[in-house]
Ligand binder design. Sequence first.
Ligand SMILES: NC(=O)c1ccc[n+]([C@@H]2O[C@H](COP(=O)([O-])OP(=O)(O)OC[C@H]3O[C@@H](n4cnc5c(N)ncnc54)[C@H](O)[C@@H]3O)[C@@H](O)[C@H]2O)c1
Length: 328
Amino acid sequence: MTRAAVVGAGGAGAIHADAYSRLEELGVKLVGVCDVVPSKAKDLALKYGAKWYTDVNELLKDCRPDIVTVSTREHQHFEPVIAALEGGANVLCEKILAHKVDLARMMVETAEKRRLTLAVNYNYRHLPTVRWLAQELRSGRLGRARLITCNAHAFGWHHSIDILRYLTGSDPLSVSARLIEKEEERGYPWDYAGEMLYIPSRAATAAWTFPDDVQAVLSSTRGDLKDFVIHDITVVTDRARATIADMTTSNISGRLEVFGVVVPPEHPRCSLADAFHLSIRAVVESLQSGVPPPTSGWDGLAAMMMEAAVVESNASGGAVAVRPRIPP
Ligand SMILES: NC(=O)c1ccc[n+]([C@@H]2O[C@H](COP(=O)([O-])OP(=O)(O)OC[C@H]3O[C@@H](n4cnc5c(N)ncnc54)[C@H](O)[C@@H]3O)[C@@H](O)[C@H]2O)c1
């Protein structure tokens, strides 16, 4: 049996708890839920017949979980992640791994020292359309990528950084970025670290150079529409032009359009919860079969380094090298 626990019983934590509870065929059991707000821990735990806690160390001692989701807000990830690793559990941490690069590095190093898995929930790369596009690029069937453009809602900004890493299979060499930031338009209160953009507000643009002369452009802004487009992604290759359009909150997997060489299959509609479920299942399967998770702590740290470079480029007004700072 794989014993699972959730720390942080808010919006994301509720989806993790539900996902674990649906993985019975993999022998997964949700054994504990922890939140500093007792009613939140209790309500979520009781829904799935799990035990509830307000202190992560109590949960660890009592439940002995194999995997712990940490779904507190970014600036609250560090303590529970370290506690879980020190307590002998593998961790699936919500993105982004931390709000400061140094803290993320300590999390990754702790996992390595303890020989435990630290995974990060970059669930958008598990969407059927995104997966298909990455696989077609990887196989060469779609040709060689030349230009990737991605327009992201502010809440999808971090996922678009991971999607770039996924589609290119690489880390960028450099970035040139421009941010128009309005604190009051960010709409997501948190302990802003300064080195991470976190949620773009008015407008963010970043032009990346990847190895093999692949260019990518990310743009992002925050809107308030109910059913908003999270991403629009286009990849132009030497043989085709593939777009994932209309990745909305009601169908986050969007719609594939390909001009050239390959006819894409029909993909099922996906809710945001479906994207979590696909990602969490993949992490559990990787743990059970002893292979690295789809997005490891190192991947989470590399994504943060890309983001830190965006902020640095904006401040300096010039291009900033990224690749040399990315960990192995
Ligand atoms: N992957 C995705 O698509 C996706 C979507 C939404 C949110 N998220 C991520 O999920 C995380 C949580 O976001 P949310 O919207 O669910 O936040 P939230 O505020 O709804 O929930 C966070 C919960 O953590 C609890 N908490 C804080 N410190 C704690 C501690 N030390 N121990 C136990 N509980 C503690 C809070 O009381 C709260 O209930 C963030 O990192 C966010 O970026 C990811």
